[in-house]
Design a protein around this ligand. Sequence first.
Ligand code: GLU
Length: 281
Amino acid sequence: MTVTRFAPSPNGPLHLGHAWSAIVGHDRAKADGGEFLLRIEDIDGARSRADLADEFRRDLEWLRLDYREVAPQSQRVATYRDAADSLRAMGLLYPCRCTRAEIAAAATRMGPDGPVYPQTCLHRPIAPGPGVVWRLDVEQAADLCGQLTWTDERRGEQVARPELFGDVVLWRKDAPASYHLAATIDDAADGITCVTRGLDLFHATHIHRLLQALLGIEPPVWHHHALLVEADGRKLAKRRDAPALAERRLAGEDGRSVAAELRHGLLDTGISFADTLLLDA
Ligand code: GLU
């Protein structure tokens, strides 16, 4: 049985791009009688709004997507801490005090998430405490695991390339766990068999696959779907005034028709699907 999920972060309203993501997840699971889960990714306490999570539930109902909600990330912090502790016990995490500006100034290459960490703190004695993040020693971790592969349903087998990101932060100073650690643990805990999400997160899977190998997690398959983009090729974004689903819902539009149009590839003027990888590194 296929189990998929939609995992929105409640830091801004959902727009059409999210609707598409939820539809892909929902339809992929329902095609073989599987289950579609909603997981609120509210790990970032300072930016998360409980009222938005409520809106998300209403949006999914409006789109007529049948879902089962699982525990939000804010209730799972102990599981992230256990995973970080075990990685630390394996000698694979190291503390870092570098600021964003220091990293940007010293970095020699760019990765999918921005400047790749130049490993300034890797061999430095840094006292753990406030203001310290914990990074994964990706080279050592990858050596330990050997070559890893993963499968995207639409793009076939991939060789994991976690080195694209360099030493990612797994334990943050402000939010506890990073997205990479939390999503990996949650997908395993929720029994997700097919991770459906946008192509913008394709490369993140290289890191998630490495974390799974380190933590003894059986990999699911992935389905990275096309993104909705504006005329200038940029992803629809909360920040860029993409109309909220909630606004359309409150204006009396029929969510079932909105979902049907998306399924048929009928998009509003100026919006299209982009199905190419943003970073072909
Ligand atoms: N919470 C992430 C977001 O809102 C989604 C992460 C995922 O699907 O793995 O973009």
